[in-house]
Design a protein around this ligand. Structure first.
Ligand code: PNS
Length: 168
């Protein structure tokens, strides 16, 4: 039954790789909405991703396999168009620290201008306030221990990727 309230939400991101902070937001959003789509962007804006689209999707699927109302998809192009195609009413974004809000606010307003979709922000657990995909990658590939910052399936794939890079 849906009386017009949001049942389906989209949590978009690059997830290159997914971190415990991402997973924390996914778990929180899955408790709030009937259905959550974790939407992996095909081509992240920032730079060439370290992990392929297939790897990023597989890592998240592995992490959310016990969350029955979460599915993992990918999208290209405008997020606002994708959200409309999925007939989702809400975009979920995680906020770690106040400075995240600055860029997120303009993005949220642009997405609302484009497709009348609202963005809801969830605070990730404060244990992850310093955790980002880029910092995890940098520390890991320089030999640092990031096991407490990423889910186990991600740790395994990162280790495999590092081994491949060393042999090539
Ligand atoms: O995990 P990220 O890299 O912070 O995620 C950024 C993402 C994928 C949410 C953002 O880059 C995005 O929405 N890309 C799709 C293109 C788009 O709609 N751009 C206009 C945003 S106002």
């Amino acid at each position: 039954m849906n009386d017009g309230r949001a049942v389906r939400a989209v949590y978009p991101g690059s997830f290159d790789p997914p971190t415990n902070g991402h997973l924390d937001v996914i778990e929180r959003a899955a408790r709030c909405f009937e259905e959550l789509i974790v939407a992996v962007v095909v081509n992240p804006q920032k730079r060439e991703p370290m992990f392929t689209l297939e790897e990023r999707e597989a890592m998240i699927r592995d992490c959310v396999k016990n969350l029955a109302n979460v599915r993992v998809e990918h999208f290209r192009g405008l997020l606002a168009d994708y959200v409309r195609e999925q007939r989702a009413a809400v975009i979920i974004k995680g906020l770690r620290v106040v400075s995240d809000f600055e860029s997120e606010m303009s993005t949220a307003l642009m997405n609302r201008a484009l497709s009348d979709v609202d963005t809801m922000f969830l605070m990730s657990d404060q244990r992850y306030s310093f955790v980002s995909s880029s910092i995890v990658k940098e520390v890991f590939f320089l030999g640092g221990d990031v096991a407490a910052l990423v889910p186990d399936p991600v740790m395994r794939l990162m280790a495999a990727k590092r081994a491949t890079l060393r042999t090539t």
